[in-house]
Design a protein around this ligand. Structure first.
Ligand SMILES: O=C(O)c1cc(C(=O)O)c2c(n1)C(=O)C(=O)c1cc(C(=O)O)[nH]c1-2
Length: 269
């Protein structure tokens, strides 16, 4: 047996803040969805228009459930200052008024990619596996401890980097998506950095036993699995019948990137 085998959960010594932080950061570094083959293909410009639209439609299900899961987390907090601070996350997505916020920006991303907002809002094309993954995350936060629920959001430690890569990839490889549509990703760079800083400070302060530290790491692994499963479902799906861009599904990776690069913005496939 390997001498490197970890001790059974809850038995070891408390990790110091540096080691605990390093163990938390190691989880998305190893398992974040930026390594998923579908995401890799997206960032290399290899998705067909139909595949990219399928991703936008299915990721919208994640976006619209995030403020619900944040409201469930908020309800666990006894402290006024903490609730006030967490409330900001809900407002980031729902906006302070109609027509503002992240959900609205995602709808505009859809429109910029040629997806009618009614098609996004209906949720009709959300895949069963995506529903399960997203519901899994919401229920994890509903039923878990505040520590686990906050720790699960720490995938966002890696989110600002993926947002920058995505903006660059969309601008280079998918110019048929109108530039204003990328506002969601641009806004999320700052929000994700701030949110993950806040969440990391809370997790470091709250986890005061090795058992709790390991629960926080496990929560973060679970969240990585949620994001991975979501992309598994999107990658495995066929394009919906009747989608004009669906005819291109199955084209070898890269073939569309070349065609799209020659296409001026505004002329969509
Ligand atoms: O596009 C992405 O790669 C990505 C990843 C994540 C994440 O790591 O969970 C979030 C988001 N985007 C995002 O836009 C977002 O609002 C968000 C909220 C949360 C969360 O767990 O509270 N994660 C994420």
């Amino acid at each position: 047996m390997s001498t490197l085998a970890p001790p059974p959960a809850g038995i070891g010594e408390l990790w110091g803040p540096e080691e605990f932080t390093a163990r938390l950061r190691a989880v998305p570094a190893e398992r974040y969805h930026d390594r998923h083959p579908f995401n890799v293909r997206m960032h290399q410009g290899g998705l067909t228009p139909a595949e990219l639209r399928r991703w936008i439609i299915n990721r919208f299900h994640y976006q619209r459930r995030i403020p619900v899961k944040d409201a469930l987390i908020l309800a666990k907090f006894d402290d006024s200052a903490l609730r006030r601070s967490w409330l900001r996350r809900i407002q980031d997505h729902d906006g302070a008024a109609e027509g503002e916020g992240g959900i609205e920006r995602w709808l505009r991303l859809g429109e910029a990619a040629g997806i009618d907002r009614g098609r996004l809002v209906s949720g009709d094309e959300v895949l069963p596996g995506v529903r399960l993954a997203v519901d899994g995350y919401v229920n994890f936060c509903r039923l878990g401890s505040p520590l686990e629920a906050v720790a699960a959001s720490l995938t966002e430690l890696a989110a600002p980097t993926i947002m920058r890569t995505r903006i660059d990839a969309f601008e280079r490889c998918y110019p048929w998506i109108e530039a204003e549509g990328l506002a969601y990703f641009r806004t999320r760079i700052g929000q994700g950095a701030r949110d993950s800083r806040e969440a990391l400070a809370l997790v470091l302060a709250w986890a005061d036993s090795r058992r709790e530290q390991e629960a926080a790491v496990a929560a973060l692994r679970f969240k990585c699995d949620v994001l991975w499963s979501l992309l598994d479902a999107v990658a495995a799906a066929e394009s919906p019948a009747g989608d004009p861009a669906g005819a291109s599904a199955g084209v070898p990776a890269g073939a569309f990137a070349e065609a799209d690069l020659r296409q001026p913005a505004g002329e969509r496939p």
